[in-house]
Ligand binder design. Structure first.
Ligand SMILES: Nc1ncnc2c1ncn2[C@@H]1O[C@H](COP(=O)(O)OP(=O)(O)OP(=O)(O)O)[C@@H](O)[C@H]1O
Ligand SMILES: [Mg+2]
Length: 329
């Protein structure tokens, strides 16, 4: 850990492409992102903009034909892009960085009781726990920690549990080896609104209680407002803006961030704000637009936006937007 600035994960100039005969999908293209200790960082953006790809690169579990083309992913002083499989398995995955996968609650094994799924995971991962009794105690502790009743849940099959309960089980699994960073990819999608709120509260409680960092990936801006300290906004493989939560919502500086926020219905000063839907679709990432990738959809487009990529502009400490509107020329 870099104790001076308290940074746990430092992603620098990361490029991750899906290399295909028809061309490369530039899913993550020159991305910088940092996560501090005990921090909840949200990564938001429309479907297909590269959020999951970024998450898979951190754990080095990219699906074929994904490749890290360049850049560094520094965790605790180690560059994860340079580690071999054995080191990743022994030092990183699950022990230091765990992941709640997109749709994970639906991938619990339907023919195994929760108890056996948790025990299998515990015994497989934790060298220290060799005997079954110790593993069972750990399973009970984890199930309690996520607010479930161990007697009922451990002896159930997944279909006997509600969506929210299954998602709690998945969260328990991610905490098995006391990781320092949990990556949660859309942890509340497919749940009803009340259950979503409960799951977010749970994540927040756990984060505070055990002092972990969370990278929360979501489309859902209200969820972000509930839990995140800082937000990175991703569009078509690039980070277009990042800031603390307050600045992102109160003072968004990239037209894409503004568009995302305006497409969420919300109560402003007691009135339901008019909902505006952003026009257009995210671009094809094999041949993304030249210049600023957002220019075909941008209401403020200028000539330069079609020609040159906007540089990052620091608006204040910790608030950066990549947009020509902020470049003094
Ligand atoms: N295995 C793959 N082979 C080729 N292209 C892929 C592969 N997986 C993802 N992609 C492409 O990479 C881009 C980024 O996808 P990714 O799944 O990272 O987006 P996302 O932001 O997580 O989207 P969502 O919000 O829908 O989960 C998309 O254009 C997608 O089509
Ligand atoms: Mg995804």
């Amino acid at each position: 850990m870099n104790s001076e600035n308290n940074i746990l994960l430092d992603i620098r100039k990361l490029r991750v492409y899906y290399v295909m005969s028809t061309g490369s999908v530039k899913a993550v293209d020159d991305v910088d992102l940092t996560i501090k200790n005990n921090e909840v960082v949200a990564l938001v953006g429309e479907s297909g903009c590269g959020k999951s790809t970024l998450a898979y690169s951190i754990l080095r579990i990219l699906p074929y034909p994904g490749e890290i083309i360049s850049g560094e992913i520094i965790f605790n002083g180690m560059d994860l892009t340079k580690m071999d499989e054995e080191e990743l398995r022994k030092k990183i995955r699950w022990r230091n960085i765990s992941m709640i996968f997109q749709g994970a609650m639906n991938s619990l094994n339907p023919v195994m009781k929760i108890k056996d799924q948790l025990m299998e995971a515990i015994i497989y991962h934790e060298d220290a726990i060799e005997d079954v009794d110790a593993a069972y105690l750990k399973a009970i502790e984890l199930i309690r920690r996520v607010g479930l009743d161990p007697d009922r849940v451990l002896n159930s099959y997944p279909h006997e549990l509600s969506g929210g309960m299954k998602q709690r089980v998945v969260i328990a699994m991610s905490l098995l080896l006391n990781p320092r960073l949990v990556i949660a990819d859309e942890p509340t999608t497919a749940l009803d609104v009340t259950t979503q709120a409960n799951i977010i509260d749970l994540l927040k409680d756990i984060q505070r209680e055990i002092g972990i960092s969370i990278l929360l990936i979501t489309h859902d801006l209200p969820v972000v407002a509930e839990i995140a300290d800082r937000v990175y906004v991703m569009y078509a493989g690039k980070i277009v803006e990042y800031a603390d939560i307050y600045s992102i919502f109160k003072n968004p500086q990239h037209p894409y961030t503004e568009g995302l926020i305006n497409s969420v219905p919300s109560l402003v000063e007691g009135k339901l704000r008019k909902l505006t839907i952003m026009k257009g679709e995210p671009p094809d990432l094999i041949n993304p637009p030249k210049g600023c990738r957002f220019h075909p959809r941008c209401p403020y487009k200028m000539d330069i936006c079609e020609k040159e990529e906007p540089p990052p502009v620091k608006l204040k400490e910790g608030h950066v937007a990549n947009c020509w509107l902020h470049v003094k020329r």
